[in-house]
Design a protein around this ligand. Sequence first.
Ligand SMILES: NC(=O)c1ccc[n+]([C@@H]2O[C@H](COP(=O)([O-])OP(=O)(O)OC[C@H]3O[C@@H](n4cnc5c(N)ncnc54)[C@H](OP(=O)(O)O)[C@@H]3O)[C@@H](O)[C@H]2O)c1
Length: 298
Amino acid sequence: MTIIDGKQVSSDLKQELKKSVEACRQQVNAVPGLTVIIVGEDPASQVYVRNKAKSCKEIGMNSTVIELPEETSQEELLAKIKALNNDPEVHGILVQQPLPGHIDEYAVTMAISPSKDVDGFHPENVGQLVLGNLDKCFVSCTPYGILELLSRYSIETKGKHCVVIGRSNIVGKPMANLMFQKLKETNSTVTVCHSATQNMPELTRQADILIAAIGRANLITRDMVKPGAVVIDVGMNRVEDASRKSGYRLTGDVDYEHVSEIASAITPVPGGVGPMTIAMLLKNTLQSFMRAHSIQAS
Ligand SMILES: NC(=O)c1ccc[n+]([C@@H]2O[C@H](COP(=O)([O-])OP(=O)(O)OC[C@H]3O[C@@H](n4cnc5c(N)ncnc54)[C@H](OP(=O)(O)O)[C@@H]3O)[C@@H](O)[C@H]2O)c1
């Protein structure tokens, strides 16, 4: 059984990206820049934003964090985004979610230029993904990271049955769309499950590749998994744990202890899918920079 080590892969990828950033600097005397906007003071969001900024710096990219007060109006936020759309030194714009209730997330998504939408949430990027034009879009970072893991671990996907559980716009839908594309890394047959799916275990037991993006701790049990399946656990759930200083620990959607006994490969939580998300955000930002400067990938 292989433990898919997202921490290691993301670290390797960051080293590769660092070299590419340096090569860009030498070629055009500029480096990619990511701007993250955070509205309000949600502590978890502040941690995510800090980590994104830190990762940018580690690989030599510019990073700016714009902190706006909770009471920022939608108009003010949209004006800020418009200014960033027009700033040639900004290659990626990310607005940290969740946003305060008075701000319409859809309006914010629509305001970001698709060419700087490194989260891959804009309908133009989603549309290009559905069309299979990965060279013309940004792919949502978590599914993109899973693709990278499958590829780096040489997991056979062609013609395999992939069952994706979850249909959110940021994970489930783009994941399912990626997996059935006629690409070297995908080309699977895909089934999507959600909260209204009947007889879900019957479907999950048919999966050669099972991707759980649900948000329910340990929902996927051993009896729901085919022996030899590849299991990708996207879930990040906090469960109470009195032995920890924080009072909780992170756990996935998959009962790792028992499922790992029969899976051929599995991602742990933490240390599986999670670390890949920021790495792919950096990759998308570099991609945006390269497109802006007409630099071909070597
Ligand atoms: N590792 C990372 O970097 C990363 C990134 C993003 C998300 N996550 C984690 O991944 C999980 C999913 O995130 P998300 O944003 O996609 O969540 P979400 O928007 O809440 O979507 C959850 C999906 O799971 C489905 N679902 C819920 N209960 C179910 C059940 N009992 N049986 C079958 N399907 C069920 C929902 O169905 P309906 O559509 O019918 O409601 C929905 O489609 C969360 O734990 C989140 O923290 C991790």
